[in-house]
Design a protein around this ligand. Structure first.
Ligand SMILES: Cc1cc2nc3c(=O)[nH]c(=O)nc-3n(C[C@H](O)[C@H](O)[C@H](O)COP(=O)(O)O)c2cc1C
Length: 172
């Protein structure tokens, strides 16, 4: 495992990446508000709050908690020019709506696609999964009284129990 992690990669690598491409730069695997702020200061176009589905490090912080951390300690990043994506544990339409209401521009899903492909369901399984997710998103938008994702607001979410898990030692 250690051999697959380069010891020479640091934030300066962004300068080099900028020189070789005009494509948007999106950094995946942001797990704390401090790194989100550093990414923002480096002018990247997007970040993916992700613990890689919890596969890399046992007990790593969930990305939705990182989003709450950003809301609390660096709210200027929300709705800034830098897009914020969230993945890890998104399973239901309500998960999508919660992340977007709390400030995510979009969410990603990994294993749900993998699981719906397996057991012989193939492409039909994936189509069914996407249809179910869409159905859940639309049904819950109706229940929330919104017709557009842009109308989602943080006040619609009761995150108070989760907020108790926010770290108290942020240094920015
Ligand atoms: C089989 C598998 C392999 C993965 N490989 C990588 C990888 O090489 N690099 C990476 O950043 N994330 C990797 N991920 C994490 C996904 O990109 C994504 O962050 C994660 O699956 C999202 O969480 P979810 O599966 O709970 O939806 C992998 C996930 C799975 C299931």
């Amino acid at each position: 495992m250690a051999s697959s992690i380069s010891p020479v990669i640091d934030w300066d690598i962004l300068t080099w990446i900028r020189q070789i491409t005009n494509l948007p730069i999106v950094i995946k695997g942001i797990q704390c508000v401090e790194d989100a702020v550093v990414a923002y200061k480096h002018g990247v176009q997007g970040i993916v709050l992700s613990n890689h589905g919890g596969r890399s490090q046992d007990t790593a912080q969930s990305p939705i908690l990182t989003l709450l951390e950003i809301r609390k300690f660096a709210p200027e990043l929300i709705d800034s020019e830098m897009q914020i994506f969230v993945d890890g544990g998104i399973r239901r339409g309500t998960d999508v709506l919660k992340a977007i209401a709390l400030g995510a521009d979009a969410v990603g899903l990994g294993r749900p696609f993998l699981f719906s492909l397996s057991a012989g369901y193939g492409e039909n399984g994936v189509r069914r999964m996407v249809a179910l997710l869409r159905q859940e998103i639309e049904a819950n938008m109706v229940l929330l009284g919104v017709t557009n994702l842009k109308e989602l607001r943080p006040e619609m979410i009761n995150a108070s129990r989760l907020e108790r898990h926010l770290i108290g030692s942020v240094r920015l």
